[in-house]
Design a protein around this ligand. Structure first.
Ligand code: URP
Ligand code: ZN
Ligand code: ZN
Length: 472
């Protein structure tokens, strides 16, 4: 009889397409058997009463990212530990090119920063902030071919944005080399206009962050990128969708067969602009971009997730501490909310929030939960079927969920480097109690079981969700 390194017995195995009650046999870090009864394991985990899900994949994470005068609160060590406790086994953080840096150097720097520090597997999305001739003609084509297939560009933010001309150059290379372009879609002119008006009117309190990023700025930019995507036949991911208009633009594009994908986050499903009005500087804990919007937008994002318009649910984990030097409360030069670092923590709470508020409240099915939190990320970013699947041959990346476990989210139960959670006091039902990475238990019953360096880099394979190639 075959001996397995690990057998998970008696759980309900859930994939994006179906549910089976079966045991899972693991050897050499991979799933090697799925059968009604498997016994011969050197380690056996009793999963009776638990759900066995593919480990979560979070494809929008910022860790160890240079952020001007502010310091991001997580490096690979604390950020990936937090991910592991939240049932996530792979993250895709960004490798940010600083304006005076080569793109290659930026990616190499991130490799160095991550190596030996990570508890979960990782892959990178390079961010291009300087589309020099060297980047466009040499570095980017090589990087895409080498497995950095998802490239992010910004349409706004002073030190990050690219011109439309440069965005199109990036799109052209992505299309030629088989990449996907992730776009931060907000109309820069609209934001500059709102900024000037707010400053003239002396509106510097955190609540005005919402007015700085009008919904129309997002909708306009999404429409523009959809048009560019069709023109260039290049796959695009519209990151952080927060409005109905953007969601509808993606819906129309997808109905027409365009390779346009959309992403949203917990903050757009659970928070509204009201949070920015909290007394004193408490509102700064909710400053992220695009900002939290109104209840109708919140409903639209839920609708997008349940109708396959939005394909991935990520965290945009971008943690800045509230207290301390450079924190949200005391940015280096306080000139109103504009000086507050943008971003909130969320890598650990992403899945429990979607499970409880989505599956628990009947807004999405359990299969949709798996697709949105894991399988679709792997498919879109070239990691499938090694990741995101419970199938023979796949990596044994698994999260065992207790669907009945009730937890009150609080800073005290989390493992990130941030000093607050935007969801303090929120009660959730359903929690990942064991996280397994390539057959190794990394978290069990609230205890870390792994060493940093357990997580390794994963190259992105050729994307299969591409347009058929045709010369421009
Ligand atoms: O406020 C946010 N989301 N900060 C992270 C940067 C980005 O746009 O992804
Ligand atoms: Zn962004
Ligand atoms: Zn982000």
């Amino acid at each position: 009889m075959r001996e397995f390194e690990l057998v998970i017995q008696g759980g309900l195995v859930v994939a994006d397409t179906g549910t089976t009650r079966c045991d899972v046999g693991v050897a050499d870090g991979r799933i090697v058997a799925l059968a009604e009864k498997l016994d011969n394991g050197r380690q056996i985990i009793d999963a009776s009463g638990l759900l066995v899900l593919p480990g979560g994949i979070d494809s929008h994470v910022h860790v160890a990212q240079p952020s001007g005068a502010s310091i991001i609160a997580d490096d690979f060590y604390s950020g990936t530990m937090s991910a592991a406790f939240g049932g996530t086994t792979t993250i895709l953080p960004f490798a940010l090119q600083q304006r005076d840096q080569s793109l290659l150097e930026a990616v190499q720097d991130y490799h160095q920063t991550a190596a030996g520090r990570s508890f979960v597997d990782y892959s990178f999305h390079p961010i291009i902030t300087n589309a020099s001739a060297t980047v466009i003609n040499q570095e980017l084509p090589g990087l895409i071919r080498d497995g950095y297939r998802s490239i992010k560009v910004f349409m706004t933010y002073e030190n990050l944005k690219l011109s439309e001309f440069d965005v199109l150059k990036v799109m052209h290379v992505a299309r030629e080399q088989g990449g996907i372009v992730m776009v931060h879609c907000e109309n820069d002119g609209a934001i500059c206009y709102a900024n000037e008006k707010l400053e003239q009117e002396g509106k510097t309190a955190p609540q005005f962050h919402a007015a700085l990023h009008p919904a129309i700025a997002e909708v306009e930019a999404v429409n523009r990128i959809v048009v560019f995507s069709e023109w260039f036949s290049v796959s695009v991911m519209i990151v952080h969708v927060s409005t109905r208009g953007a969601m509808e633009s993606i819906r129309r594009a997808r109905q027409r067969g365009l390779k346009v994908y959309g992403e949203t986050f917990p903050q757009y499903l659970l928070l509204t602009a009201k949070e920015l009005e909290r007394p004193g500087l408490e509102g700064t804990k909710y400053i992220f971009s695009p900002p939290p919007r109104d209840e109708a937008s919140r409903d639209a994002c839920w609708e997008g997730l349940s109708t396959d318009v939005l394909s991935v649910f990520s965290s945009d984990h971008c943690p800045f501490r509230f207290e301390g030097k450079g924190g949200k409360q005391t940015p280096p030069v306080f000139k109103g909310f504009r000086a507050v670092p943008n971003g909130i923590p969320g890598v650990e709470t992403r899945l429990p929030l979607l499970f409880s508020e989505g599956v628990g409240r009947g807004r999405i099915t359990l299969h949709q939960f798996v697709a949105l939190s894991s399988t679709n990320h792997a498919k879109i970013y070239g990691l499938y079927p090694q990741k995101g699947a419970i199938a023979v041959g796949a990596d044994a990346d698994l999260a065992l969920w207790d669907p009945e476990r009730e937890v009150t989210i609080s800073q005290s139960v989390l493992h990130h480097g941030c000093d607050y959670t935007p969801y303090e006091g929120l009660k959730v039902k359903g929690w990942p109690i064991t996280t397994i990475l390539r057959g190794q238990v990394i978290v069990r019953d609230g205890k870390l079981q792994a060493q940093p360096g357990t997580g390794i880099y994963q190259k992105q394979n050729a994307l299969f969700q591409q347009y058929p190639f045709a010369p421009l």
